[in-house]
Design a protein around this ligand. Structure first.
Ligand code: CAA
Length: 409
């Protein structure tokens, strides 16, 4: 018998502070419209050292377990996707497992491939459940990162920080994934990377955009081929058969570029000439319906690397879960270096109630707007500020005898 598997519940954790990108643009001598319109970014989360990858991951995971009303004894796997871990050996998942006092009898590990790491974890969990290997157990999948390029760099307005945690189980209440219906694309490129020992990423910015666009075409084609065979979508423009598409969002304008690329791929493959003026207008209209509803959280938090795609999904479900009941959505995950995957799933009729239990917007409401000077001071800190998060939660408290210590706020 086929086991249906997917996302049962989803929750986020974000830093308590943010900087307004118009303030930051003025301080850098940049026209604010370049970042707010040109990149589509409004605000950027600023993590202090106490809000590290572990603290954010543990808090998101705690919230996801509560939103799912799941007894931790039902878990059989904890996996954290991250590219900004805190130790070369001990995984973030191990800290999360300990901080949440989860049962011993489970698999606990991290997955890494730049921003794709969380999707690697999600796929491992979903396929583990769908294969029957999970034997009825659920999985906790967390994506957690601190995105840093450094003050004054071109990447500066595309930083951010945060975590998204998902409970994955049979007969899920949020999104049932189309297991096995996906397309992957990978190439060995140096578009974005972070050498060992460095806090800030290296990036070849415009090249990274091109690598992402090449990847989305190939991955989308792979998904489309399988989806057409299974008759999940039809017609010359199969992407129109998806009610919404969530893309990896390093900055919101990238989702617009990706969507244009997917439309262009459909038309090229249908041998329909791409008439720039009319097709771009049509693609822009479909962007407003199919993609824009997934962007509100991303534009206010920034890039959270592994979690960015799922922050888009969280924002979409928070706003439209009821209207999307029983409808198929597409998801595109991109990890620099690079690997990527286009996949899909169907929103559950129970999704609206389940996402409401995660109280996602409450976290934005209690954030503190800080000045550019305070943001720059925090970027330079190496020791935690010691303040508890406004809604409770975990924080890094310092290192004792080479062991990282965490406290609950
Ligand atoms: N008003 C309105 N728009 C303006 C403007 C103004 N005054 N001035 C410029 N713009 C527009 C530009 O036309 C451009 O739009 P288009 O791309 O649609 O042409 C946009 O603003 C950005 O302008 P630039 O390209 O000149 O900006 P930049 O060179 O300073 O930096 C960037 C842009 C390369 C994306 C840089 O922010 C960066 O390096 N970011 C980090 C890398 C990144 O996010 N890459 C994405 C793909 S890789 C990935 O996805 C993995 C990951 O998470 C990192």
């Amino acid at each position: 018998m086929k086991i249906r598997a997917g996302i049962e519940a989803l929750a986020i954790a974000i830093p308590r502070r943010y900087v307004d990108l118009e303030d930051l643009a003025r301080a850098r001598g940049v026209d604010p419209a370049k970042w707010t319109v040109g990149l589509g970014a409004r605000e950027m989360a600023v993590a202090e050292p106490g809000e590290d990858t572990v603290a954010l991951a543990a808090e998101a995971a705690r919230r996801a377990l509560t939103a799912a009303s799941l007894d931790p004894r039902e878990l059989g796997m904890v996996v954290v996707g991250t590219e900004t871990g805190v130790d070369h050996s001990k995984p973030v998942a191990s800290f999360v497992h300990g901080l949440l006092d989860l049962p011993r009898t489970m698999r606990v590990f991290d997955t890494q491939h730049a921003c794709y790491g969380g999707t690697a974890g999600l796929m491992a969990a979903v396929e583990w459940i769908a294969s029957g290997a999970g034997a009825g157990k659920a999985a906790l999948v967390v994506c957690s990162d601190i995105a840093r390029y450094g003050c004054g760099t071109a990447g500066e307005p595309t930083q951010g920080a945060g975590a998204v945690a998902m409970i994955v189980r049979e007969d899920p209440s949020l999104v049932e994934l189309d297991v096995g219906i996906s397309g992957a694309a990978s190439t060995h490129v140096h578009d974005f990377w972070r050498p060992l020992g460095q806090r800030e990423a290296r990036v070849d910015g415009h090249y990274s955009v091109q690598c992402y666009l090449d990847a989305v075409s190939t991955a989308y084609r792979g998904w489309r081929q399988r989806a057409l065979v299974r008759e999940l979508v039809r017609g010359d423009i199969p992407s129109e058969g998806l009610a919404r598409i969530c893309y990896h969002v390093p900055f919101c304008k990238m989702a617009r570029k990706a969507h244009l690329q997917v439309r262009r791929t459909d038309l090229e493959d249908a041998h329909t000439p791409w008439d720039a003026s009319s097709e771009e207008l049509r693609a822009a209209a479909s962007f407003e319906t199919q993609v824009a509803p997934s962007l509100p959280l991303c534009s206010r938090i920034g890039n959270i690397y592994t979690g960015s795609l799922y922050l888009g999904l969280a924002g979409l479900l928070d706003a439209q879960a009821g209207a999307l009941a029983n409808q198929r959505i597409g998801l595109f995950s991109y990890g620099s270096g690079c690997t990527s995957e286009f996949f899909s799933g169907v929103v559950s009729p129970r999704a609206a109630g389940r996402i409401a239990a995660a109280h996602i917007r409450d976290q934005l409401g209690v954030r503190e707007r800080i000045s550019v000077e305070e943001y720059e001071r925090i970027m330079g800190l190496t020791a935690p500020l010691g303040q508890p998060p406004p809604l409770g939660g975990f924080r890094f408290a310092g290192v004792e005898d080479h062991r990282r210590q965490y406290a609950r706020g």
